[in-house]
Design a protein around this ligand. Structure first.
Ligand code: XMP
Length: 516
């Protein structure tokens, strides 16, 4: 008989970092899943049939506990004996439910803060008196019910951490899951192993097995097609699906005309070796026609998302497939505002860009729980070639979201050539491995220049290079000036329509990685 594994449930209150919590737990070799914020005690009990539910973490969220229609915790959850850790909004909701006091604070804290640890016990065991943490809150816990005690404070926040005096319930106003909280992993480790008494009995391999098995079960005797864009996510999904379905799978690569130079050939070369059906659809004309006159970024994304589906539906009829598999990963979902309580940042083509009516029995997304670096780990486990594992992420709508304003043939040509130059110079300088992404954007701005003693009036191209672990936050890379100089010189020399090259020095947040 197979023994049950331990699990920590993360209750999703809509925070941008909700999934990071789950992932940080998995990094400590304990399984974790995200569940709705209003899960009932009965549902937790039902999950106990399959797993040992050892703890609950309440995520942060964008709401104020006093707002209208804000996500609430089922009060029955507090009656059980399962340990609970509330983070940020989760910390406040625990206090509000138990009749403590949460107030909107004049001194809101966003970013790095220093907390004073007054009582280093439980989740805070082994920590120093002063800890560097990541805060992001407007409301503040002002007083606690008598069964609770404060464990830490900041200058603006009298109860930055608390515990229940008799039950394993803790709250932290900060985000231990974010890397900027220096000892965040230690805090989560304390909760997982000292408070919840979990066993580290989960491996990434279990997840690969689970994903392959789920695809086999879902598709059964049917057939599936998969959208292959050439980025790491869709490539890994294709490799997983190939393992589960073999010739019942057709991989469809849609060339919408916004691919990087050499992309189609590279994809053809890699995937023609798999034991699946692989087809390339030349769809440049239909995409450009649909995008004629469109400038608004979300509109572009939605049109591209819909057109992708229409192509897939046509290909599904030809191959007899009932299922569509997509390479959606977790940040695509959260940024498209698809967690019940989170805000829409941008519509990722394969999530928020989907049309309402879709002619498929079901869309399957085997990687939807994972972050990019976890996807890379899966790629290694599947023995995918290095050039695939190390590819930089590439958005499904392709270069279309790197052309600001109207998508003209001229701008498409410029972005393709600039992108190739950026890639060649960054890779030539040996910087690629340390970067998350590096690319060029054609802005909608023109500026005056002088080329060969004559006045020129041309496009401003922006170069962007980012460092990141999972794309939820990212920093612009401090590329050496000589490399930037080479990029700038080559772009202005080799592309006559460009007069200026600028380097984007904005982190995410407040910017996003892609310009649209
Ligand atoms: P942003 O621009 O939201 O990007 O900071 C985060 C990461 O996601 C990639 N990206 C996409 N990937 N479909 C995708 O498959 C999309 O529509 C999409 N939009 C952005 C982006 O390149 C970055 O790595």
């Amino acid at each position: 008989m197979q023994t049950k594994i331990d699990i920590i449930l993360v209750l999703d209150f809509g925070g941008q970092y909700c999934h990071l919590i789950s992932r940080r737990v998995r990094e400590q070799n304990v399984y974790s899943e995200i569940v709705p914020h209003d899960i009932s005690p009965e549902e937790v009990k039902a999950l106990n049939e399959k797993f040992n539910v050892k703890g609950l973490i309440l995520s942060g969220g964008p709401s104020s506990v006093y707002g209208e229609n804000t996500p609430k915790l089922n009060p029955g959850i507090l009656e059980g004996n399962v340990p609970i850790l509330g983070l940020c909004y989760g910390h406040q909701i625990l206090v509000q439910l138990t009749e403590g006091k949460v107030e909107s604070s004049n001194c809101k804290e966003y970013g790095i803060a220093y907390v004073t640890v007054d009582n280093p016990v439980g989740v805070l065991e082994g920590l120093s008196k002063k800890e560097k943490v990541w805060m992001s809150h407007g409301d503040t816990v002002c007083s606690l019910p008598s069964d609770f005690e404060a464990l830490a404070h900041t200058n603006n926040c009298p109860v930055a951490a608390f515990r229940h005096k008799h039950k394993p319930i803790y709250g932290l106003q900060w985000h231990p899951e974010v890397i900027h909280t220096e000892n965040g992993n230690r805090m989560l480790h304390n909760f997982i192993f000292n408070v919840c008494r979990c066993e580290a009995n989960w491996q990434m391999e279990n997840l690969v097995e689970k994903m392959v098995q789920e695809l086999k079960t879902e598709v059964g005797e049917g057939k599936a097609i998969i959208g292959l864009s050439g980025g790491i996510d869709s490539s890994v999904s294709t490799a997983l699906a190939a393992k589960a379905l073999n010739e019942k799978l057709t991989a469809v690569y849609v060339d919408h005309g916004f691919m990087r130079e050499g992309e189609t050939e590279a994809i053809r070369e890699t995937f023609s070796k798999f034991k699946i059906n692989f087809i390339v659809v030349q769809a440049q004309k239909r995409f450009i026609k649909k995008l004629e006159g469109v400038t608004e970024p979300e509109c572009k994304r939605k049109i591209i998302g819909e057109e992708f589906i229409r192509v897939f539906e046509e290909e599904a009829i030809k191959s007899g497939a009932q299922y569509l598999i997509q390479g959606t990963i977790y940040p695509d979902i959260i940024e498209s505002g698809f967690s019940k309580n989170s805000d829409n940042i941008k519509s990722h083509h394969n999530v928020g860009g989907l049309p309402e009516k879709i002619e498929f029995k079901k869309i399957l997304e085997p990687l939807r729980e994972l972050y990019k670096d976890e996807v890379r780990k899966v790629a290694k486990m599947l023995d995918l070639p290095n050039e695939l594992v190390n590819r930089q992420p590439f958005p499904g709508p392709g270069l279309a979201v790197r052309i600001i304003g109207l998508l003209t043939e001229e701008k498409i040509r410029i972005v393709k050539r600039s992108d190739k130059i950026v890639r060649e110079e960054i890779e030539g300088a040996g910087l690629a491995e340390s970067l998350w992404q590096y690319f060029a954007v054609v802005t909608d701005t023109k500026a005056t220049g002088v080329k060969g003693d004559t006045r020129a009036y041309g496009y401003v191209v922006a170069v962007r290079a980012m460092e990141s672990r999972e794309a939820m936050t990212a920093s612009f890379a401090k590329i050496p000036y000589d490399v930037l100089e080479k990029i700038s010189t080559r772009i202005t020399n080799e592309i006559p329509e460009v007069t200026h090259v600028v380097y984007d020095i904005t982190h995410k947040p407040p910017a996003t990685i892609e310009w649209e």
